[in-house]
Design a protein around this ligand. Structure first.
Ligand SMILES: Cc1cc2nc3c(=O)[nH]c(=O)nc-3n(C[C@H](O)[C@H](O)[C@H](O)COP(=O)(O)OP(=O)(O)OC[C@H]3O[C@@H](n4cnc5c(N)ncnc54)[C@H](O)[C@@H]3O)c2cc1C
Length: 418
């Protein structure tokens, strides 16, 4: 019998009481075993990968996502390098590594220069390191993960407002549209930096790093595109100096992603919201007020960009907060647990490792002992997360130091410029 509320209604309407009772008894065990006891907030990389792992283990779950479809977030285009010993390992456990390898780019070199254009590091397109850290477009990774779970597991257009423990000890999820879903034995916050589940495990909040990334794109049809090809090629180009940074990366569709890193006040993006919405005005502001002493070689990437701009104020969780005592029924994965600045390129790798380890603990302890599973997972996650946040903070400090890239090259690449 197919389980549906319609079947339950039909059973109730049946005019023979004992048949009604028999039908309900027939349906009920299926109903209870199929009702998801695990809710995942957010269909980003960590939430979707956890869903995939639970799917493989035949454990019921539901994912609530604020986007109205899987095609959103295009303004946050960009690429992610997926590391062999973390992100790729998680994808392998999820049975998705072969598909990932077809989508990933293994020829994405890295060029690292100073603000004047002097190149210090240039890896080749056939470098072995590319195999360990191939690049994938953010949107392609989401599509890969999304296609790996049944469509009805993700409930779109549901923005979580808060999560609470009810008098029955179970957890309910409250949405901005007034809807409530209750009765969960575990709610996993995978809803990024501003997680709505976090306050149930810690009072700590992400702290502003002092830095913003402003990102845009250069389309293949853009007349400047061929110049970007000769500067950036198939991989990543990073120029930094004087406390600023210009980055460009090739995307899977041939366009280029351009990122500008700057020290800006925390509320800059809200104060400059109108400027941000006007690409000409934001380009003018960046070129005149921030990069007027940088060579054309680099500022052309800003001047000739054609996409709209998106602002990423960069935050990180305070490392001392990563030690909470396991709270029954709630945990966090990915950026919700340990948002970090992106200066070691490991955020998504750490996030997917969280999903793998939490799923493994749930399978190990079973759905009847979710608290032990969460406790086991959090013990593994805390030191990894602290290490990620600390290394990224150190890297960011050197990336944006007045004498950059000297200190960064010495510390992270062993290159002495003195
Ligand atoms: C500029 C920049 C560059 C980066 N570059 C790299 C890199 O090169 N390599 C790398 O490893 N990492 C990088 N990162 C970090 C990486 O993007 C994150 O670590 C990763 O996306 C975390 O995945 P997540 O699933 O935990 O969270 P997210 O990717 O933030 O996904 C959270 C999901 O939850 C949804 N959501 C949010 N709030 C709600 C709500 N209230 N209700 C319902 N749904 C909600 C969101 O719509 C989203 O789908 C970068 C980050 C930034 C800012």
């Amino acid at each position: 019998m197919v389980l549906s509320t319609r079947n339950i209604e039909l059973a109730i309407k049946d005019d023979t009481p004992h048949r009604w009772f028999r039908n309900v008894l027939h349906i009920w065990p299926k109903y209870t075993s199929m009702a998801p006891s695990i809710a995942i907030l957010g269909a980003g990389p960590s939430g979707l990968l956890l869903g995939r792992m639970l799917e493989l283990a035949n454990i019921a779950y539901v994912i609530f996502e604020r986007d109205i479809s899987g095609n959103e977030s295009s303004s946050r285009a960009g690429t992610l390098d997926i590391h062999a010993d973390s992100g790729q390992l998680a994808l392998q456990n999820a049975g998705l590594l072969d598909q990932f390898k077809k989508l990933a780019r293994h020829d994405a070199h890295t060029i690292l220069a100073d603000e004047k254009g002097k190149v210090y590091i240039r890896t080749s397109e056939s470098d072995e390191a590319n195999e360990d850290r191939p690049e994938i477009d953010r949107k392609d990774l989401r599509a890969l993960l999304l296609n790996s779970v049944p469509a009805n597991r993700v409930r779109w257009g549901l923005k979580v407002q808060h999560v609470q423990r009810d008098s029955d000890g179970l957890i309910s999820v409250h949405f901005a549209d007034g809807n409530i879903e209750s009765g969960f034995r575990l709610v996993v916050g995978a809803d990024g930096a501003w997680s709505k589940a976090r306050n149930l495990v810690t009072s700590a909040k992400p702290q502003y790093s002092g830095l913003h990334y402003l990102t845009t794109t250069i389309d293949p049809q853009n007349p400047f595109h061929s110049i970007a090809v000769s500067l950036v090629g198939k991989g990543n180009y990073i120029a930094f100096g004087g406390g600023k940074q210009i980055v460009s990366l090739k995307l899977g569709d041939g366009s280029y992603y351009v990122g500008v890193g700057l020290r800006l006040p925390e509320n800059w993006s809200s104060e400059y919201a109108a400027v941000l919405e006007d690409p000409k005005a934001i380009r003018r502001l960046l070129l005149n007020d921030h990069f007027n002493d940088w060579p054309k070689l680099h500022t052309d990437l800003i001047e000739h960009s054609d996409g709209t701009f998106y602002a990423w104020p960069l935050y990180a969780m305070p490392t001392e907060s990563l030690s909470w005592r396991t709270v029954p029924g709630v945990t966090l994965i990915g950026d919700a647990a340990h948002v970090s600045t992106p200066f070691v390129g490991e955020g998504v790798n750490c996030a997917m490792t969280d999903s793998l380890q939490l799923a493994q603990q749930i399978v190990k302890h079973g759905v009847d002992d979710l608290d032990r599973a969460v406790s086991g997972y959090e013990k593994l996650m805390f030191p990894r997360a602290i290490d990620l946040i600390s290394r990224s903070a150190k890297s960011g400090e050197l990336f944006f130091a007045p004498d950059a890239p000297r200190g960064w090259l010495k510390t992270f690449a062993g290159i002495d410029c003195d």
